[in-house]
Design a protein around this ligand. Structure first.
Ligand code: SF4
Ligand code: MG
Length: 341
């Protein structure tokens, strides 16, 4: 059977005065119901733009979108905005980084969750309100009958995030997109929210796309990892394969910059030096080469001139990586790194 979500060769290009910004440039992935895909990258890698395309939020903008997004057999890239609107919130739903961008300050939390439900269901106000109370309870908000009447500013940051999750799930969506859902929260609350997303996914059986700059977040919760750089895929596979034998030097860098939690102090070690590539005029060859400390291991200066294809990692099922390093060289680098050389 076809995958539940099947994204093929997705491109999102924005024409600007300075040239065409290729935010997403040929991205493909699949996702099944009940599974989580973590899309990982720095800001500007194209991960958020990919998620906005899944929601059809580029429609009516100047963005040029091509490729295919098939959700349960239905093609979304070419779907008119009117039809997309009936899917948004009901079939596909989103949790944003900042709950205050999704929650209106002048309406009670309960009224907003109830309204999100009534957009797609013909129910009375009373029924919608009961549904809001039930959802607040399911996302772990204490005294939901009372809190349903509160305004967003009366909630703590973590509670607001829970309320936004309640709103995103009120229509039981089949695909949930979470863009940096825990970035604004402190470490303890982050862990609680991730647990909540995982529990709710089990309960609701939806497919989840989790967008993050933090590989540590996806390590715990995702089934598959897609690492993006400059709008392209540079590594893709199961969490197991990618974390056990990461292939791409950029992924190595992300792993080294994973937060080390000691007590409640979060330390970041070795962030990747340099800046993300231009999306208008990306570097030739491998887009990562200006920042890559391993390009010297590839003979002939090839990294600067030839873009590596995304190819299957020998001996794996569907682990893909785009890097010129050979398996032998990678192994040698690993040995030297382990030896502290
Ligand atoms: Fe580094 Fe070359 Fe691999 Fe790119 S292709 S990641 S520059 S070694
Ligand atoms: Mg973003």
């Amino acid at each position: 059977a076809a995958p539940f979500l099947d994204v093929r060769d997705l491109r999102v290009h924005f024409p600007t005065e300075d040239g065409i910004v290729k935010s997403v440039d040929g991205v493909s992935f699949t996702l099944e119901k009940g599974s989580t895909l973590g899309i990982v990258g720095e800001s500007g890698s194209g991960k958020s733009v990919t998620s906005l395309a899944l929601l059809g939020l580029h429609k009516g903008t100047r963005a040029e979108v091509s490729g295919e997004i098939r959700l349960d057999g239905r093609e979304l890239v070419s779907l008119p905005e009117h039809d997309m609107r009936t899917l948004r919130g009901r079939t596909v739903s989103m949790i944003f980084q900042d709950p205050l961008s999704a929650l209106h300050p002048y309406f009670t939390v309960g009224a907003q969750i109830a309204e999100a439900y009534r957009v797609h269901h013909k129910v009375s106000k009373k029924e919608a309100r009961d549904r809001a109370v039930e959802m607040l309870k399911r996302v772990g908000i204490p005294q939901p009958e009372r809190r349903v009447r509160d305004y967003p500013h009366q909630f703590s940051g973590g509670m607001r995030q829970r309320a936004m999750i309640a709103m995103a799930l009120v229509c039981d969506p089949e695909l949930l997109i979470a863009d940096e859902p825990t970035t604004a929260l402190d470490v303890t609350v982050q862990a609680q929210i991730l647990d909540l997303i995982r529990d709710l996914q089990e309960e609701f059986g939806s497919a989840v796309v989790l967008i993050t700059h933090d590989l540590g977040v996806v390590a715990d919760i995702a089934d598959d990892i897609l690492v993006m750089y400059g709008g392209r895929r540079i590594e893709y596979g199961t969490v197991h394969d990618v974390l056990k034998e990461p292939q791409h030097p950029y992924t190595w860098g992300l792993l080294e910059s994973m937060p080390q939690i000691t007590g409640d102090v979060e330390r970041r070690l070795n962030p990747i030096a340099g800046s993300p590539p231009s999306l208008i005029n990306p570097p030739g060859g491998c887009a990562f080469h200006p920042r890559c400390t391993y390009k010297g291991w590839v003979p002939g200066g090839r990294c600067a001139v030839e873009r590596p294809e995304l190819v299957s990692v020998p001996g794996t099922g569907r682990h893909l990586a785009a890097c010129h390093l050979t398996p032998e060289t990678r192994q040698e680098i690993r040995v030297r790194t382990a030896a502290g050389a």
